[in-house]
Design a protein around this ligand. Structure first.
Ligand code: HAM
Length: 434
């Protein structure tokens, strides 16, 4: 009977050592930013109640969750994102804490998306959630974090696409379009299916005048920010809620400008995001060299914590997509600084020297030198050939004279030279070599 050879499931990936190194690199840059901006890292479970994510997930994501009934009969889901978990976490653990609260995370997420370039069923997100402030400085901090991350990763040409959900929602609210339809409209905008959105509005009996205003507003896009805001103001001036949102956006943009952060903003009033919990700014980060894939997204969600049973608490956040960042870094040939350890292998010349080899290796590790012991019982030639193939820098060879004299033979595999030295000398040589 032939044995079944398992394969990784569709849309899921095995990460090879070099992939993990790249992941670790991007995570390390995100963690630098946690430190620089005062975000405390937390961890939440991979599985949560399905309803936690379902409530404001947006039509598409709602249907793309890994959802199942656990053995206790609960309807649960693998997390498709972390923001709802952070809102729950805040309510469970931090209600009495002084605000603001800055929380960061690194987590794998799961979405049953159709696998394609830059779209996986398991992927990694970093995240920043700033809880407790509704002031524009909080929005600016989150935008600045997104921009700082792009810069620190080495993207020379990037931009942040920005909008405010309150503008369109404000218009639709005034026109008494039910929230469920509003969300469907924004879902269609998210997929740039504007015509369908307009058709849907027509079927809701929205006036022609309003439709015209919406058509004009969603076409406003570019980096001539003042001009866009002025035009928008003219179109929407009769809608007070939409005007409030526009003023909030204006305040944030003005603070960005006055604080001289020089964040490249592309204002796009037709831009929407798939998640339904946003109440204020929404944004996505792109590298200009590849604007097919959003490298991160975020926005303000002032009602989510209350929706989960907490007190009204404003919040704003951002989640960079780590896998897509790696794709973009690779494509643009931006250096990914992977940690290079000097690698040393200890090779016993015969089995009787194995205990001594283990002892020496352990000794070296005590000095923070990464060491492998030859465990295959190969002869010197074969062990050295393995060491060369795996880019070792040093081999420590142990035979009878080495044990007798309490010395070792240290072979520098890059230079091809070898020395008989004491262990202390070997440690010194390995540690000081560049
Ligand atoms: P999101 O835009 O759904 O936002 O995801 C953030 C980022 O995760 C995306 O910009 C993208 O880089 C990455 N991403 C999403 N789906 C996939 C996928 N299938 N494969 C690979 N990468 C993917 C959120 O999740 C919000 N929780 C962000 C947020 C935080 N809003 C406020 N705070």
């Amino acid at each position: 009977m032939s044995k079944r050879r398992f394969k990784v499931l569709r849309g899921l990936r095995d990460l090879l050592p070099e992939d993990v190194e790249k992941l670790k690199y991007v995570i390390s840059v995100i963690r630098e930013i946690f430190k620089l901006y005062g975000y405390q890292e937390i961890m939440t479970p991979t599985i949560e109640a399905f309803s936690l994510f379902e409530k404001k997930a947006g039509e598409e994501l709602r249907h793309r969750m890994y959802k199942f009934i656990d053995m206790g009969g609960r309807e649960v889901a693998l997390r498709p994102e972390i923001t709802p978990s952070v809102a729950r976490f805040y309510i469970n653990h931090m209600l009495s804490f002084q605000k603001p609260i800055r929380l960061g995370y690194i987590a794998n997420c799961f979405r049953y998306d159709e696998p394609q370039y830059g779209r996986y069923r398991e992927f990694w997100q970093g995240g920043f959630e700033l809880i407790g402030s509704s002031n524009p400085e909080a929005d600016v901090e989150i935008l600045n974090i997104a921009s700082t991350l792009m810069k620190r990763l080495g993207f020379s040409d990037y931009y942040i696409k920005l909008n405010h959900v309150g503008i369109i929602k404000g218009i639709l609210n005034s026109e008494k379009v039910p929230e469920i339809v509003q969300n469907r409209i924004l879902g269609l905008f998210d997929k740039t299916r504007y015509d369908e959105a307009i058709q849907l509005l027509k079927s809701e009996n929205v006036t022609d005048e309003c439709l015209n205003i919406i058509r004009e507003v969603i076409n406003l896009k570019g980096n001539n920010i003042n001009q866009i805001i002025d035009s928008a103001e003219q179109y929407i001036c009769k809608y007070s809620l939409a005007m409030e949102a526009l003023l909030n956006l204006k305040e944030i943009l003005s603070l960005l400008e006055k604080s001289e952060l020089k964040i490249p903003i592309l204002l796009d009033l037709g831009f929407a995001r798939g998640l339904e919990y946003y109440t204020g700014i929404i944004f996505e980060c792109f590298s200009s060299k590849n604007n097919r894939l959003a490298l991160g997204g975020g926005g303000r969600y002032d009602t989510l914590i209350e929706l989960f049973g907490g007190p009204p608490t404003p919040a704003v956040g951002y989640a960079p997509g780590i896998d897509r960042i790696i794709l973009a870094l690779n494509e643009e040939k931006i250096e990914i600084r992977t940690e290079k350890h000097r690698k040393t292998i200890v090779i016993p010349l015969s089995r009787e020297f194995v205990p001594y080899a283990i002892k020496i290796a352990s000794n070296l590790r005590g000095f923070d030198i990464p060491v492998e012991v030859e465990v295959m019982g190969r002869d010197l030639k074969k062990a050295l050939s393995y060491a060369n193939a795996r880019n070792f820098d040093y081999a420590i060879i142990i035979g009878s004279t080495e044990v007798k004299e309490e010395k070792i033979t240290l072979k520098d595999l890059n230079k091809g030279e070898q020395y008989k030295v004491s262990i202390e000398e070997a440690i010194n040589m390995i540690k000081t070599s560049k």
